[in-house]
Ligand binder design. Structure first.
Ligand code: CP3
Length: 370
């Protein structure tokens, strides 16, 4: 796919930028450009914006040290001083264009009154919800419960460089619901899929609570200083077309519309992992600015996505673990494959704990030299 004509002329882009500044009321002489935010807003930039999914985490010794100090994982998420510290750790080491709020998608069920525990080596554990459990959730307590996370956003914004984009996030309703119904992660999400088929009305009530809670939570993140918010739909796989429309597209669309009803033009990234053939429909119907691509998505997706839609992602995290030429070659191909549209370099899923730090350094140096 060729570049849209208006993107081919740099002078034109600069002109459009200043017009934009006027329209949005930003001072026209403000020289600070956030390359990653620019890409989310649909503009190609000189600098390739880079961030790494789950960039703060166990592959970093300083993260493991802070995590030990916090005692447990949720304590880390709810302590603004420590959560800010781990957010900044990858930025000190690597030349990245974004900070991502350090938190977890499962703070939302915790805030709704369904306690979440993280056992080392076990992943998240919740007492599975039944129909009466859904009706016992307490949306009214979520805002106060999540206040420390919002305070973390404020603190991060205050200390990062102005060129660095701050990404806030939440889990998308279906993905969060798979944990709430199943009580833990699973490879096929069978518990939530069966529950949604047997008790569609109760399941819809759960999705409704998550949609409303997520809208308020993300608007507060934007107001506290997040430049962009990302919807993590990590379990968009294993759904048939009907279920995908009902439980992935509709709730994500409602969240995007709900946020924009309060904060028009809010920049939003959607990451429907495993959406495969439903990706173009997801992009068209949810209204996200940027589509996150998992590593199963072929580069030829470029031919079928709407012109000008931004993309992010795609490198298999295990290529980063193995390192070397295969990683660098694939990274180069991804950059070339999406050169006709706004593109944010990222992995196709989260970085894994046994990733060598030197491999990430080599990847970023390679990307900066392209
Ligand atoms: O830099 C960052 O991106 C960190 C912030 C972040 C975390 N989780 C921290 C975390 C983000 C954006 C997430 C999102 C998240 N959490 C998702 C969506 C992204 C994806 O990977 O698909 C999901 C599905 C979760 C739920 C979750 N949290 C699981 C399944 C687990 C256990 C498995 C694992 O990855 O460890 C967690 C724990 C978790 N969340 C850790 C971190 C750093 C590890 C906890 C620890 O320190 O022991």
């Amino acid at each position: 796919m060729g570049k849209p004509e208006f993107l081919q002329n740099t002078a034109m882009i600069i002109q459009m930028k200043s017009l934009d500044s006027l329209v949005e009321g930003r001072p026209i002489d403000n020289p600070v450009v956030k390359p990653l935010l620019e890409a989310v807003l649909g503009r190609r930039t000189q600098r390739l914006p880079i961030w790494i999914m789950r960039q703060a985490g166990r592959y970093l010794p300083e993260y493991r040290e802070t995590r030990t100090r916090a005692g447990n994982f949720l304590e880390l998420c709810y302590t603004p001083e420590l959560a800010t510290e781990v957010t900044l750790q990858p930025l000190r080491r690597f030349d990245l264009d974004a900070a991502i709020l350090f938190s977890d998608i499962l703070v939302v069920p915790d805030a709704l009154g369904q306690a979440v525990r993280f056992e080392t080596g076990e992943g998240p554990m919740l007492a599975p919800l039944d129909q009466s459990g859904i009706d016992a959730l307490e949306p009214a307590r979520a805002e106060a419960h999540l206040a420390p996370v919002i305070e973390t956003v404020r603190r991060i914004r205050a200390v990062i460089r102005p060129e660095t984009t701050l990404i806030g996030f939440c889990g998308s309703p279906w993905t969060v619901a798979t944990y709430m119904i199943g009580g833990r992660g699973s490879s096929d999400q069978a518990a939530a899929r069966l529950f949604s088929l047997r008790h569609p009305a109760a399941f819809q009530r759960l999705i409704d609570v998550l949609v409303e809670t997520s809208i308020g939570y993300l608007v507060r993140q934007l107001d506290a200083g997040a430049d962009v918010v990302q919807l993590f739909e990590s379990w968009a796989l294993n759904l048939d077309e009907l279920a995908f429309r009902q439980w992935v597209i509709a709730p994500n669309r409602r969240i995007v519309a709900g946020i924009r009803a309060m904060r028009p033009n809010a920049p939003i990234i959607g990451f429907p992992r495993g959406a495969a053939g439903m990706l173009p429909v997801y992009a068209a119907e949810t209204g996200v600015n940027v589509l996150g691509l998992d590593y199963g998505v072929p580069l030829a997706i470029d031919d079928v996505l709407p012109e000008g839609l931004g993309v992010q992602g795609n490198l298999d995290p295990l290529r980063l673990v193995a390192g070397g030429g295969q990683m660098l070659d694939r990274a180069r191909d991804i950059v070339a494959g999406f050169s006709g549209r706004p593109h944010i370099f990222n992995l196709g899923h989260g970085i894994v704990p046994d990733t060598p730090i030197a491999h990430l350094e080599a990847l970023i140096a390679h990307l900066r030299g392209l």
